[in-house]
Design a protein around this ligand. Structure first.
Ligand code: HEM
Length: 495
């Protein structure tokens, strides 16, 4: 008898769930942006590989915004520039939330990881703190440190061009460790501390893969004793590591020996910022997580473009020769007179965007766009890859053409924008630090070398990792010095 009651309650529950899914699908699909048909219950099949490339093809078929359904999840994908402006920038207040991430954020990161933090008070607190330290005027103070590391990057490429991608990673890690913790010596990717950070980041990446954990579909599992206990162990290990790093800065501060850093700023202003010790540790750690691999990938893409497009490279070098000459190295002071360098960087950002698929946002209210409704609760993805290929904004998008960023006076156009740092209230807080890194490394490396491909091993410009932030797979470059006495001029030994 009891069994019969349980069975009939379960059957009624299931039927109710099915009917509500069907009703939701019917009511919503009338107003949602169009999209490819899917299974009546399960919706669309998730793409197996390189989702951003698959989504770019769907943009060609279904238009600037299309809808996918994964079970009850509704995902609207934006593939054109103006739609991204209309939805993610003009409606930023309603589209700056993140989709819920139970395994990777709530369990593995105590809900403290800024990139996944939902819209609300904690996010405001986090972004206020990050902004204070990474806004343009603060970022400008890191230029001397970035310059020193960029010179090391060039010298590393001079001595050992085979490992140029590794040198880019060393540059990026050194800069973010300096910004986050005030570390003054170069940071190698083989440092035990960095190995541990990267281990945590790899675990996070695995937990973020769609379908990796059932708890993301059935959040109730989070409360089952013993469920995914390894994720809780990962969290303890990571928290111990980032707390140790923050405590090291605390000790230096107490002795009056701490160099300026984001962590020192957070500790000194902890009460005013209203952040707990754990939040502080995660915030400091966020700088490495968000800023290291991304910057390294962008450097790799810049050198890849230089080798694949020798004419574009030569244009930059002609301006470097005219403005700087070959008897001294370019500096940040030359930036205004080197628009060709900036244009080259902007085109590299557009050509192979690092966050190729973009990071998911979530609508907190219905958003009306072009007569369609993106309902509250829907995920919104600004697909950087497709938007960067919008032919109305970037004609002949497959061409690598830095000149598109310049006006008739050879200055950077201010009517053309790029989107590789994301959208609205979630836009990358580290973009000024990143832009400075890309400018100075591009100026120095193209001043120092003519970069070319290895004829035996041509570059495949589509060979990238299939990850949220993409990285070029290893490729060979030839670095032919353009200047004499490079080491003397750069005045630093590679470490
Ligand atoms: C070329 C290098 C970089 C690229 C391409 C990049 C790209 C991005 C993108 C696309 C987002 C998400 C935006 C969105 O949700 O719409 C983001 C977020 C973020 N970035 Fe960057 N980034 C770079 C460098 C950096 C650096 C150097 C730092 C720190 C110094 C940094 C810190 C952050 C943080 C903390 C977030 C989370 C913001 C939030 O979710 O509210 N990034 N970045």
């Amino acid at each position: 008898m009891f069994l019969q009651i349980v069975t009939s309650v379960l059957a009624t529950g299931l039927l109710y769930a099915l009917i509500s899914v069907l009703q939701q699908n019917r009511t919503l699909s009338a107003s949602l942006p169009p999209g490819p048909p899917g299974h009546w219950l399960f919706g669309n099949a998730p793409p197996r590989a390189f989702p951003y490339r698959h989504f770019a093809e769907l943009t060609e078929t279904y238009g600037p915004v299309f809808t996918l359904r994964f079970g009850r999840r509704i995902v609207c994908v934006i593939g054109r520039y103006q739609a991204a402006v209309d939805i993610l920038m003009k409606h930023s207040a309603e589209t700056s939330d993140r989709p819920r991430s139970v395994a990777a954020n709530e369990i593995m990161s105590k809900g403290h990881r800024v990139l996944m933090t939902p819209a609300g008070e904690r996010l405001k607190k986090y972004r206020r703190a990050l902004h204070a330290f990474l806004q343009p005027s603060s970022s400008a103070t890191y230029k001397p440190m970035q310059y020193k590391n960029a010179k090391n990057y060039v010298l590393d490429c001079l001595h050992d061009g085979r490992h140029h991608l590794y040198h880019g990673r060393k540059y990026a890690a050194s800069v973010v460790m300096s910004v986050a913790y005030g570390k003054t010596t170069p940071t190698s990717y083989s440092d035990p501390e960095v190995l541990q950070i990267n281990k945590s980041l790899a675990r996070l990446g695995a937990a973020l893969k769609p379908g990796a954990y059932l708890v993301d579909t059935y959040p109730i599992l989070k409360y089952c004793p013993g469920y995914a206990s390894h994720l809780r162990r990962y969290r303890e290990e990571e928290l111990a590591l980032i707390t140790k790093q923050a405590n090291a800065v605390r000790e230096l501060l107490a002795k009056g020996e701490a160099p300026p850093s984001f962590t020192a700023y957070l500790i000194e202003n902890q009460e005013r910022l209203g952040i707990s010790d754990d939040e502080l540790a995660y915030l400091s750690g966020a700088i490495f997580g968000a800023g290291s691999d991304t910057t390294a990938a962008a450097l790799g893409i810049m050198t890849m473009a230089a080798a694949c497009y020798p004419e574009a490279q030569a244009r930059v070098q002609a301006q470097l020769d005219e403005v700087v000459g070959r008897d001294r190295a370019p500096t940040f002071e030359d930036e205004d007179l080197l628009p060709e360098v900036t244009a080259f960087v902007l085109e590299a950002y557009r050509w192979r965007p690092v966050s190729a698929g973009g990071f998911s946002h979530r609508a907190t209210k219905d958003v009306v766009w072009n007569g369609y409704v993106i309902p509250a609760g829907a995920e919104i993805i600004g697909n950087h890859w497709a938007i960067s290929r919008d032919p109305e904004v970037y004609p002949n998008p497959e061409d690598f053409k830095p000149a598109r960023w310049l006006n008739e006076h050879g200055r950077i156009r201010n009517d053309l924008k790029f989107i590789n740092f994301g959208f609205g209230r979630r836009v990358c807080v580290g973009q000024h630090v990143a832009d400075q890194s890309l400018f100075i490394n591009t100026a120095l490396v193209l001043w120092a070398f003519r970069i070319s491909q290895d004829a035996q091993c041509p570059i495949d410009t589509y060979a990238f990792t299939d990850t949220a932030n993409v990285h070029p797979l290893p490729f060979s470059l030839h670095f032919e010095p353009r200047v004499k006495d490079m080491e003397a001029m750069l005045g630093a030994q590679a470490e």
